[in-house]
Write a protein that binds this ligand. Structure first.
Ligand code: THG
Length: 267
């Protein structure tokens, strides 16, 4: 599974002030810890700084890249912010995100020209957020086709169906899982991703619910996720679930994780 570490996000109370005060050491430490715990990309989000998002985003990208070779996942709905961050990012980042909302979509397309960046395609349109598999697939299909027409490789596309809280409707977990399954089956080479912690919004023991939901999503083909890599049980579940569905030849990753102590929960 491709892991995007979610912790450098200004919407988190714990880190908001460190971003605001441009506290380099803290950001570098949080980036490094996530990398050491398995993050392949470091999500950077400065969305709460209205009017100053570009400044903070560029500072975050610079700070992460001073510390690590791990690429960033540039998390902003604003094409302008993404464009500026791409100019300073070294190597190939992940762009989080594009959607079918026409204003946002039309502004971001030219920015993607010629880039080899990985692109998260959110299932969202001018009609709002979809809730059923069918409505999500309609949007995903349009996004995938138009990205491919604009020379984006299918392997650089990461479809995010968007997770809704299970507390808002019994069917919402299943609709999400069915969407992952359909995208995986119907679009060869295209990836699926999500920030799955939304599923547990409003219920107790959120991490536990997230961990269980992760295993379920992996059986449907989910191959990437935006999450907290410091959550050991989550990372352990991912390794085990991928081994058990046959994505781990000779159980090499499982055995390595065991040797590294990933399955020692009570230390
Ligand atoms: N899809 C895509 N991008 C995303 C999301 C998604 N980016 C943002 C988000 N969702 C994923 N990132 C986070 C980062 C932090 C937290 C949750 C998701 C988090 N939340 C705690 C909570 O909700 O209780 C605490 C908040 C706090 O500390 O104040 O930590 O779905 N493409």
């Amino acid at each position: 599974m491709r892991i995007v570490g979610e912790l450098i996000n200004a919407s988190r109370k714990k880190i908001r002030d460190d971003i605001k005060e441009k506290n380099r050491d803290v950001i570098a430490k949080v980036a490094k810890e996530q990398h050491e715990h398995g993050a392949d990309f470091i999500d950077v989000n400065a969305g709460i700084f209205v009017g100053k998002e570009t400044d903070y985003m560029n500072w975050l990208v610079e700070t992460v890249q001073e510390t690590l070779d791990t690429p960033c996942c540039i998390d902003s709905p604003d094409p302008k912010v993404v464009e500026e961050a791409l100019k300073i990012h070294k190597g190939t980042p992940m762009i989080n995100s594009i959607s079918l909302e026409s204003e946002r979509y039309n502004a971001i397309l030219p920015i993607l020209k010629g880039t080899d960046a990985k692109i998260i395609a959110l299932c969202m349109s001018d009609e709002g957020m979809p809730y059923t598999k069918e409505d999500r697939l309609k949007i995903a299909d349009k996004l995938i086709n138009s990205l491919v027409q604009n020379n984006v490789k299918p392997g650089n596309i990461y479809v995010d169906p968007l997770v809704h809280p299970i507390g808002s409707g019994n069917h919402l977990g299943n609709e999400f899982l069915k969407t992952i399954e359909a995208i995986t089956e119907q679009y060869e080479g295209v990836h699926t991703i999500c920030g799955l912690s939304n599923i547990s919004y409003g219920i107790p023991k959120r991490q536990f619910a997230n961990q269980v939901f992760m295993s379920m999503a992996i059986t449907k083909g989910l191959d990437s996720a935006i999450l907290n890599p410091m959550d050991q049980r989550m990372m352990a579940n991912i390794v085990a679930a991928e081994t058990l569905i046959g994505k781990d030849d000779y159980c090499m990753n499982y055995v390595e994780a065991y040797r590294n102590g990933l399955f020692d929960f009570n230390k």
